[in-house]
Design a protein around this ligand. Structure first.
Ligand code: XMP
Length: 328
């Protein structure tokens, strides 16, 4: 069995032999560990002939897009186009409350934006006499490969998962999947060897539809702002308490129900934040995380005090099954 550092050299050679010395590759980059590691390997193998596209869908976490840019462009030198499509996603989501509809709208809008960006890159290549885009990078991991060959996991049939697989047919690109033999812990190790910050290497998985499926009911600019702020505080306190790595996934969701409260000497009538944190090895089953009370207390008091429009915080104590990890 190879070591991870041998893997890097081996994979770079494999990519070079597949792509050749002129062709272009595109790939969606999310700011998560898998797509970042895949993009870094491409960059090492073929430099700026790899064109990363980060679609800002308006429902990423607070500062996430900025952090991704800092890491991928400023630090690693990856050729990355950030497409700010926040308004487009939010306007497509206007009035939609049904979870599956939200997922489909986000998935379709993503594909539209990605294809437009890809076409712009293709046109620029044509104009400068460079060969067109031939390949699509995907950060598929081994468990995804197994799942799609042998069986469908429960989440795949219960929820429409959003990924860029739908692009292939349409754009007639050949797939490159440098991580298809690796497990998540191996990808993290690879990220570390490639010089990525611990923050990125250990980042919790984040669903493609982002905060939109963590805001029940309609997704508006105002609701996104509330959910983002609460989530940022939550994750910050989890990290301060040294619990981030013990937890597989954590997020703050916004419940669009109102309850009465009191702030200062004033009556309030505001929405609720629902905290979720789970322990799991495979994301197929999961248990809620037993937080120390003092940590929960700090998180709750900070969210109620700092996030306008929220006067209550509840903690989700449901396991998967029967609940799922995400709320939608
Ligand atoms: P559930 O909610 O089905 O989630 O228990 C299991 C895992 O899948 C993630 N998830 C997604 N990941 N696109 C993704 O890339 C999606 O549309 C999506 N929906 C759920 C979820 O965050 C959890 O890790």
């Amino acid at each position: 069995k190879w070591t991870m550092s041998e893997f890097i050299g081996k994979e770079i050679n494999r990519i070079r032999s597949i792509v050749g010395d002129k062709n272009q590759v595109i790939g969606a980059v999310s700011g998560g560990v898998d797509s970042s590691v895949a993009a870094k390997l491409m960059h090492l193998a073929i430099g700026d002939r790899f064109h990363g596209i980060l679609v800002d869908n308006g429902v990423m976490r607070h500062l996430e897009c900025e952090q991704a840019k800092q890491m991928l462009v400023d630090k690693m030198g990856i050729n990355l186009k950030i497409a700010n499509a926040s308004d487009r996603f939010l306007s497509n989501l206007a009035g939609i409350t049904e979870p599956e509809k939200k997922r489909k709208i986000i998935g379709n809008t993503f594909i539209d934006v990605f294809e437009e960006e890809a076409k712009a890159i293709d046109d620029a290549c044509a104009a400068s006499g460079t060969p067109p885009i031939e390949f699509l990078l995907q950060g598929t991991l081994y468990p995804d490969v197994i799942e799609s060959i042998s069986f469908k996991g429960p989440s795949a049939t219960i929820k429409t998962h959003h990924n860029v697989g739908g692009l292939k047919e349409n754009m007639k690109l050949k797939l490159i999947e440098p991580l298809r033999e690796l497990f998540k812990d191996e990808v993290r190790e690879l990220g570390r060897l490639l010089g990525m910050d611990d923050d990125l290497v250990w980042r919790h998985p984040f669903p493609g539809p982002g905060i939109a499926i963590r805001i029940l009911g309609e997704v508006t600019k105002e609701q996104v702002a509330i959910a983002r702020k609460a989530d940022y505080i939550y994750i910050e306190e989890i990290k301060k308490a040294g619990l981030y790595r013990q937890i597989a996934q954590a997020y703050a969701a916004l419940l669009p129900v109102k309850a009465v409260g009191v702030k200062g000497d004033k009556r309030t009538y505001e929405q609720m934040i629902c905290l979720r944190a789970v322990e799991t090895s495979d994301f197929m089953t999961a248990d809620w995380f037993p937080f120390p009370y003092d940590v929960l207390k700090r998180i709750s008091s900070r969210i109620c005090n700092e996030v306008e429009g929220v006067n209550r915080v509840v903690y989700d104590v449901s396991s998967k099954p029967p609940a799922t990890i995400e709320l939608e």
